[in-house]
Each structure stands twice: as structure tokens, then as C-alpha cells.
Design a protein around this ligand. Structure first.
Ligand SMILES: Nc1ncnc2c1ncn2[C@@H]1O[C@H](COP(=O)(O)OP(=O)(O)O)[C@@H](O)[C@H]1O
Ligand SMILES: C=C(OP(=O)(O)O)C(=O)O
Length: 331
């Protein structure tokens, strides 16, 4: 049993300056993720320099991890956020675009989940003129958001060309871990390991479990990863929100039995982003995550893009500390 927990933040518009990073380190953040779906490692050089300066000033170490693009499917050709209202009709390639394979696979009446299902569209027409969607659940759509077709699996190679570029620069930027998105089979992780070895990058491998296949194959995947990431955003899309707690519990149980470290991520403190205070359910979620044995926990949008970024980290660190003190006083 570990008596400490790794607390990760995510780089983004509200977490990248030296001062912002120092604030987070002082609150207790000891890991940070760069999501390469939004920015390349090379383009994030200033942010990473700021991280190294912050470590130097605070004399504290922060583990830098990169989250690869992997086979994840995202919204294309959207430069700025847009507001989409329920009932609004959207023509693909006009308002935004989708990867070719998604356009090929999507059919009449399919449900298209965007941004982990925050926005939902139904296909009303697909013909030689294009694809027409009706907005079922509207909201603000930001660039590069995740896309999934309910009930359909779209198979892409595990690493894209941008991922190879990222891996080439890992050593030069002091990256210590790589998050592999949408791990489905051992082959995905073997490919990643071979690529890391080819560029002599002895980094930790974090496998993100965020598909049905990932959950089904979890036992055979474990030997190929150092830590499991229970990526509840996309996993919630894949298994359905009402089954997400069961999927999380299944993964946790296997990790406990095999002594495999695991991280819990996504919407830990979503209400803090919206209102500045957490819900009771959120602080409970963090307590149980840590009490039951998560080795790491990660904030995403709550710190990457929120006016309450510091508050979110403060709450996460305080609940974590309280939980660890309680847990080890008991034993
Ligand atoms: N490098 C970045 N540049 C701009 N915005 C970012 C960056 N990284 C993250 N964000 C923003 O922070 C939020 C949460 O980050 P993350 O969880 O990594 O993304 P996502 O939910 O799209 O997978 C998103 O709103 C995203 O737009
Ligand atoms: C952390 C997750 O991945 P991403 O930020 O790439 O959507 C997730 O799906 O929970």
C-alpha cells in the first residue's frame, strides 16, 4: 500500500506560466500532463521551460507526462469555440469536419457523441451531398474535442505520425512518462514500447483504458504497462454513463489483485470549474478513489482551462491529504 499519492494537473490556457505552475506545486501538484491532442511537445516548449524553472525555484520535483494522440478521433477544422443550440442542423465539412474513417462509418440515425458526450448529434441524412446532423444536446463546442459514434468501434493504428514526432523529442524535454490513449490490445503497447526503445526513451508507460475492448482485455494488457489510467471521459462514452462505475470498479479490482498501480482521471471536480465549489458527490468520489487505493489522480479541464484552477487543485490536495491521514491512522 502506498502512503502517498501522485497528484497530476494538465497544462492548458490557465496552467502554463511559471507563476501558475509554482502555485500548483505549492498546493501539492507533483505531476503534470501535456495533452498532445491540443499542442505538440515542441510547440509547448515555453510551458515546459516554465515547468523546469518552477521546479528549480520550489526545489520540488514534478513528473512530466505526455498524453499521445493515439487512435483517438477528434473534431477537425474548427478554429474557435462555437455555440450550438439544440435542434440546430449541422452540415459536416461546413461547421466542422470529422476524420475520413468516421465519415465512412457513420450512418443514418447514428448518434455522434462529441466532447465525451457533452454534445450529442443524430445523423439525419447521409448522401453524395454530405452528412447532415441534428443537434440533440447542444452547448459550446471547442476545437479538437473527442468524437465517438455510439455503439461503433473505429479502428485506427495505435500511433499516428504526430506521436512519433512527440516520442522523438521526449528525452530533450525531460518527459518521464507517456500516456497511451485507447489501449485495446497488447499489440498497441508493444508498438509503443518498440517505438520508445527505437528512440531510446526509457519512460514509464501509462495505458489509458477508455474503450470496451480495453476493459475486456485488461488482464492481458497489464504486463505491458507501468500504470493503468482509468480515463473516465471516453470510457463513459464507450460503456455508457450508468455502467461507468462498474467498469471503473472492475479495473480497480484487477489492479488490486495484481498490485498494479492505477490512476483515476476526469470530472473529479467539474462543479468547481462551473461554480467554484465542488459537489458533495465529487469530494466523496475523490475520497473513495484514494481510500480504495488509486496511486495517482489527475485534474484535466478543472485546472487546464478554468478560472477556478487554483481552487480545484487546493480542494483535490486537501481531500487527498485528509484521506491519506484517515486511511493510515486506521491501520
Ligand atoms: N495545450 C492546450 N492548448 C489549449 N487548450 C488546452 C490545451 N490542453 C488542454 N486544453 C484545454 O483544457 C481542457 C481540458 O484539457 P484535456 O482534458 O487535456 O482535453 P480534452 O478534454 O479535450 O481531452 C480542454 O477544454 C482543452 O481545450
Ligand atoms: C483523460 C481522458 O482523456 P482525454 O483528456 O484525452 O479526453 C479521458 O478520456 O478521461
Amino acid at each position: 500500500m502506498t502512503r502517498s499519492i501522485k497528484i497530476f494537473g494538465t497544462f492548458g490556457p490557465t496552467l502554463h506560466t511559471r507563476e501558475q505552475i509554482i502555485d500548483m506545486i505549492e498546493l501539492g501538484m507533483n505531476g503534470i500532463r501535456l495533452n498532445c491532442s491540443h499542442v505538440s511537445l515542441v510547440d509547448a516548449k515555453e510551458w515546459i521551460d516554465a515547468l523546469h524553472e518552477a521546479m528549480e525555484i520550489t526545489k520540488k520535483h514534478v513528473e512530466l507526462v505526455v498524453d499521445l494522440k493515439g487512435p483517438e478521433i477528434r473534431v477537425l477544422h474548427l478554429k474557435e469555440k462555437i455555440r450550438i443550440l439544440p435542434g440546430e442542423m449541422i452540415k459536416i465539412e461546413e461547421t466542422f469536419d470529422l476524420p475520413a474513417l468516421v465519415k465512412e462509418k457513420i450512418d443514418y440515425q447514428d448518434q455522434l457523441q462529441v466532447d465525451d458526450g457533452k454534445l450529442l448529434f443524430e445523423v439525419k441524412k447521409k448522401d453524395e451531398e454530405g452528412i447532415l446532423l441534428e443537434t440533440i444536446r447542444g452547448g459550446t463546442l471547442y476545437p479538437h474535442k473527442s468524437v465517438a459514434i455510439e455503439g461503433k468501434e473505429i479502428v485506427l493504428p495505435p500511433l499516428c505520425q504526430d506521436d512519433i514526432e512527440t516520442i522523438k523529442h521526449i528525452s530533450e524535454f525531460g518527459v518521464e512518462g507517456v500516456l497511451m490513449p485507447f489501449v485495446r490490445s497488447e499489440r498497441d503497447l508493444i508498438d509503443l514500447k518498440e517505438t520508445l526503445d527505437r528512440f531510446q526513451c526509457p519512460v514509464k508507460i501509462y495505458g489509458k483504458i477508455e474503450s470496451r475492448q480495453g476493459v475486456e482485455n485488461i488482464r492481458s494488457l497489464l504486463p505491458y504497462m507501468d500504470e493503468v489510467v482509468i480515463a473516465r471521459g471516453d470510457l463513459g462514452n464507450a460503456v455508457g454513463l450508468c455502467s461507468l462505475p462498474i467498469a471503473q470498479h472492475e479495473i480497480e479490482t484487477i489492479c488490486h489483485k495484481t498490485n498494479k498501480p492505477y490512476m483515476i482521471v476526469t470530472q473529479l471536480l467539474e462543479m468547481v470549474s462551473l461554480k467554484g465549489i465542488p459537489s458533495r458527490a465529487e469530494v466523496d468520489d475523490i475520497f473513495y478513489a484514494i481510500y480504495q487505493g488509486a496511486s495517482s489522480i489527475m485534474l484535466t479541464g478543472e485546472v487546464a482551462n478554468s478560472k477556478y484552477a487554483k481552487e480545484a487543485m487546493r480542494i483535490l490536495c486537501e481531500v487527498s491529504e485528509n484521506t491519506l491521514q484517515y486511511k493510515y491512522k486506521e491501520t
